[in-house]
Design a protein around this ligand. Structure first.
Ligand code: ARG
Ligand code: ZN
Ligand code: CA
Length: 254
C-alpha cells in the first residue's frame, strides 16, 4: 500500500451537560494527535528505548474532518446531538438517535467517532472490521478526547482515540488478551510476547513471558499505559492495519 491514505472523519458529539458539548478546539486537537501518531511524527516517539526504535512504524494515515455530508452537501464533519442520557456504556446506544445518540454515517466513506460521557471509567471502545455498518467506528469519552477542554490527565494526550482506531484497523491488544498468560497473541511478529497489560508509566525494561532482555513493548499504543507513555505502532502493526485497509475496509480512503 504505497503513499498515504486519507480517512474522512465525522465526529458525533452527544452531550447532556454543556461541558460534554466539547469545543471545536478540543476536536481539532484530537485530529492533530491522530495526524502525528499515525505518521510517527509525534515528538515523544523519541522516548522509545533504543532496542525498539528500529521497529517503529509510520502508518501513513492522514485524518481530516469530513467536508461533505452523506448527501454531498458542504459540512464541517461535526454532528452535535443533545441527549437526555446521563451517560453511555459499551452497548452502542450512543450510535442510534432512537436511543439518545447519533446515527452513523456510511462507513464506506467515513470513520465515525462518537464522543460522549462514558460510564464506569470506560475510556473508549471500538468495533473491529467485520461488524454491522450501523455501529461501525469508535467511541471515546469526552474527558479522554483530544488534549484541551475537558480532556483530563493521565488521558489528555489523545491516545485513547489512537488506540481505538488501532482496533478499528484490526489491531489487538499487544499482550494478546489471554488474561495475563503467555499463550495469547496479537498476531503481529515484531511485538514481543507479553503477559498482561501494563498501566501507568512503566520503566524500561519491563519483563514478562521470558521476553528479556528488552521485555514488553509497553510504549506501544495498543498497551494500557497512560497517554504519556504510549508513543508508537510497530512496523508489523502497520502491515496489519494496511491489510485491513486493503481488505475489509478497502472502500474507505480511496
Ligand atoms: N480501555 C480502552 C480499550 O481497551 C482504551 C484504553 C486507552 N488507554 C489510554 N492510555 N488512553 O479499548
Ligand atoms: Zn483496547
Ligand atoms: Ca499474553
Amino acid at each position: 500500500r504505497p503513499g498515504c491514505t486519507r480517512i474522512p472523519v465525522v465526529v458525533h458529539v452527544v452531550w447532556k451537560t454543556p461541558a460534554q458539548n466539547i469545543s471545536q478546539a478540543q476536536i481539532d486537537s484530537q485530529i492533530a494527535v491522530l495526524n502525528q501518531d499515525f505518521r510517527a511524527t509525534n515528538g515523544d516517539i523519541s522516548t522509545v528505548p533504543a532496542p525498539f526504535a528500529p521497529l517503529t512504524g509510520d502508518a501513513r494515515l492522514v485524518f481530516a474532518l469530513a467536508d461533505r455530508d452523506p448527501a454531498g452537501n458542504p459540512h464541517d464533519g461535526v454532528v452535535r446531538v443533545q441527549t437526555d442520557r446521563d451517560g453511555f456504556g459499551s452497548d452502542d446506544a450512543v450510535k442510534f438517535s432512537s436511543s439518545g445518540g447519533s446515527d452513523a454515517w456510511p462507513r464506506d466513506e467515513y470513520l465515525n467517532i462518537w464522543v460522549c460521557q462514558l460510564t464506569g471509567g470506560l475510556l473508549g471502545y471500538a468495533q473491529f472490521p467485520g461488524g454491522a455498518a450501523a455501529t461501525d467506528g469508535v467511541v471515546v469519552t469526552h474527558t479522554g478526547f483530544g488534549t484541551t477542554g475537558t480532556a483530563s490527565p493521565p488521558f489528555n494526550r489523545g491516545r485513547t482515540t489512537t488506540h481505538e482506531i488501532g482496533h478499528w484497523l484490526n489491531l489487538r491488544h499487544i499482550w494478546g488478551d489471554d488474561g495475563g498468560g503467555c499463550s495469547g497473541s496479537d498476531f503481529v511478529d515484531d511485538t514481543p510476547n507479553q503477559g498482561g497489560p501494563n498501566t501507568g508509566e512503566p520503566s524500561f525494561p519491563t519483563i514478562s513471558c521470558s521476553n528479556g532482555p528488552n521485555g514488553d513493548m509497553f510504549m506501544n499504543f495498543m498497551d494500557y499505559v497512560d497517554d504519556a507513555a504510549m508513543v508508537m505502532f510497530s512496523e508489523g502493526q502497520v502491515v496489519r492495519m494496511h491489510a485491513c485497509l486493503d481488505g475489509p475496509r478497502s472502500a474507505i480512503g480511496e
